[in-house]
Design a protein around this ligand. Structure first.
Ligand SMILES: [Zn+2]
Length: 218
């Protein structure tokens, strides 16, 4: 099923917005964006070239996947048409991305997630689009979910299995579910676990604070 999201890419007071039709939750979008910004690093200082490269990058990825798929399907002869400009060739491959007009105030009501990639701040901020009245789409609001670095930096391992990504974002393992981690930030104090939503604090946040203190003391 599609999970629809909008991705705003901004720099200074300029902003463009991209629609993503598929897998719009943070676990799907953030790694894709970080992979793109890592590849685009020479042009992350320029909004218009970045946006242009964005569509090139994901179209090319989609084409490469399609070619691989067709090779596996032994349909390679369909792919080797006379020219890549042939409309029956690769142009019809869907990336699921499109340009939309940036709207204020956010959010658009028919999306489920909203992202802000800030080229100056070098961060990606994730918001869930909450609806105060599920029957009335117009009452949508952005609920802060988590903050990430524009390009995934090296992870450093701290005490108790906690990792810190670029000094500011902590990955704290769940005590009950092996393999699951929660994303914690200290400023603002936030964890994406269910408990934090209600209590505004949780064991993961406390563990991250302790681990960051110990890291500073080293
Ligand atoms: Zn938590």
């Amino acid at each position: 099923m599609s999970t629809r999201s909008n991705i705003r890419i901004q720099s200074g007071n300029r902003k463009f917005q991209i629609y993503r039709h598929w897998d719009g939750y943070p676990e799907g979008v953030v790694p894709d964006l970080q992979e793109f910004f890592a590849w685009n690093k020479g042009r992350n200082d320029d909004l218009s070239y970045t946006i242009a490269n964005f569509f090139y990058f994901f179209k090319r990825s989609a084409e490469e996947n399609e070619v691989e798929q067709r090779k596996e399907d032994k349909r390679i002869e369909e792919f080797t048409g006379p020219s890549w400009k042939n409309p029956t060739h690769l142009s019809g491959i869907l990336t699921g991305y499109g340009i939309v007009e940036a709207q204020d105030p956010e959010p658009e009501t028919w999306i489920e997630w909203f992202y802000v990639a800030d080229l100056d701040e070098k961060t990606i901020t994730c918001y869930e689009v909450g609806r105060t009245d599920p029957l009335k789409c117009e009452h949508a609001e952005l609920v802060f979910h988590s903050k990430h670095t524009l390009v995934a930096p090296e992870k450093r391992l701290l005490a108790n299995g906690i990792a810190v990504v670029g000094n500011k974002i902590f990955e704290v393992p769940s005590k009950t579910t092996p393999g699951q981690t929660y994303t914690v930030t200290l400023e603002p104090a936030h964890c994406n676990c269910a408990g934090f939503k209600y209590r505004k604090t949780c064991s993961h946040l406390k563990a991250a604070i302790t681990a960051s203190g110990e890291a500073v003391a080293q």
